[in-house]
Design a protein around this ligand. Structure first.
Ligand SMILES: Cc1ncc(COP(=O)(O)O)c(C=O)c1O
Length: 384
């Protein structure tokens, strides 16, 4: 019998979700208004320290779109963003008709390089071409070095946005993710550390901004009995059913962080000494959630390339993925301004995301590890 498939990152329910969903059904709050939505927003805000207002929406991408519009990003503006990320960090820039400026990573965490940010902003200021916003993505569960980035942005008056889609549960110098810039977004997509099947959240410092975004997310209905509209809107609100699921998931967030960190720790123990294989380090400034466990293959030491290892794992019904393909190498963003790019390309060429689910059993992880050990010890093994 073929072995069961091991996925990269699967949903992991805590136990309360179904009764909260059931409550939405029994009370007939089944639309995009209802008590679970309000409670999910309040509880998330409290979970990250109570300094941010929260708006539950249909996806992380929708959250970022609302944020960029609230900042005032318009057609032809520049918006700077990490090049090493998922496309959802960049698409909303296009929705506003703006131009992404794709900034390279620092090599330790893969996050946006603060030195390059400063250099780029100084140069853009000289040219009179400052971006309308800068989006720092916290990659794979680890925070970017926000203080240096925030200082540079403040100096040049550039609004800073945290893309915390992958980092819920992480900390930066004792602060929770989503609270180190005036604007942040979360994702509850099915592959994330907690999920609402699909969903996202805006986190914002300014309650007035929150109210504007809330209106846009609800088809920009004016406060009038008749259907009155004076500006365009979107149908972006989260459903009360899914917000119930989110509340249940939030109750187990700390467990999920610990479980993902334990998965990473086992990989490190069992594979840390393999020549040519290294693991993404944890920066000194905070807690990495290890949303995904990422390792790198050194082409100078091993003939096994990431795609070989991914093929070997796929052949044994195990899902693994390359590190995000940098946005500046995507056909869609051909011609967009790029600042650096070599580091992100190297991380992409050498990196692999390993199965990282919080529910990954030790025996399944052993299967992954022994496949990797076999492939690394005998590169020809991959084609068998
Ligand atoms: C870094 C990053 N930003 C934005 C998004 C978009 O979130 P969503 O899928 O909820 O739209 C994702 C992932 O899905 C992501 O990984």
């Amino acid at each position: 019998m073929a072995s069961e498939r091991i996925y990269l990152s699967v949903p992991h329910m805590g136990g309360d979700e179904l009764s909260l969903i059931h409550d939405a059904f029994s009370s007939n709050w089944l639309s995009t208004v209802g008590p679970h939505i309000d409670a999910f927003e309040t509880e998330m805000s409290a979970a990250i320290g109570g300094t941010r207002h929260a708006l539950a929406v249909s996806s992380g991408t929708a959250a970022l779109h609302l944020i960029l519009r609230a900042i005032g990003v318009e057609r032809g503006d520049h918006v700077a963003v990490s090049t090493l990320t998922f496309a959802g960090s960049v698409f909303p820039i296009l929705y506003q008709g703006a131009i992404p400026v794709l900034i390279d990573s620092e090599s330790a965490s893969g996050n946006i390089d603060p030195a390059l940010v400063r250099q780029y902003l100084a140069d853009a200021a000289r040219r009179g071409a400052l971006p309308k916003a800068l989006i720092a993505v916290h990659l794979y569960g680890q925070h970017a070095e926000m203080d240096s980035i925030a200082t540079a942005c403040a100096e040049y008056g550039v609004p800073l946005v945290e893309d915390a889609a992958e980092s819920l549960g992480a900390t930066y110098k004792g602060r929770e993710t989503g609270t180190t810039a005036p604007y942040a977004l979360l994702s509850f997509n099915g592959n994330k550390i907690i999920t609402t099947s699909g969903g996202g959240m805006v986190l914002v410092e300014d309650p007035v901004q929150l109210q504007r975004m809330k209106k846009w997310a609800s088809q920009s209905r004016e406060a009038a009995v008749e259907y009155l509209h004076v500006e365009p809107g979107y149908n972006y609100r989260m459903s009360n059913v899914l917000a119930g699921m989110g509340r249940g998931q939030l109750r187990v967030l700390r467990d999920r962080v610990n479980q993902r960190r334990a998965v990473f720790a086992r990989y490190l123990t069992m594979l840390g000494d393999v020549p040519g294989l290294s693991f993404q380090s944890e920066a000194s400034w905070g807690t990495h959630t290890r949303w995904l466990s990422v390792c790198y293959l050194d082409p100078m030491t091993t003939p096994v390339a990431p795609l070989d290892l991914i093929d070997a794992l796929t052949a044994h019904n195990i899902e693994a993925r390359p590190v995000w393909r940098p946005m500046h190498t995507q056909p869609l963003f051909h011609g967009a301004p790029v600042i650096g790019g070599d580091v992100a390309e190297r991380l992409y060429r050498t990196g692999i995301c390993l199965p990282s689910s919080s529910s990954l059993s030790s025996s399944d992880q052993d299967r992954v590890v022994s496949l990797i050990l076999n492939t690394m010890a005998d590169p020809a093994h991959r084609s068998r």
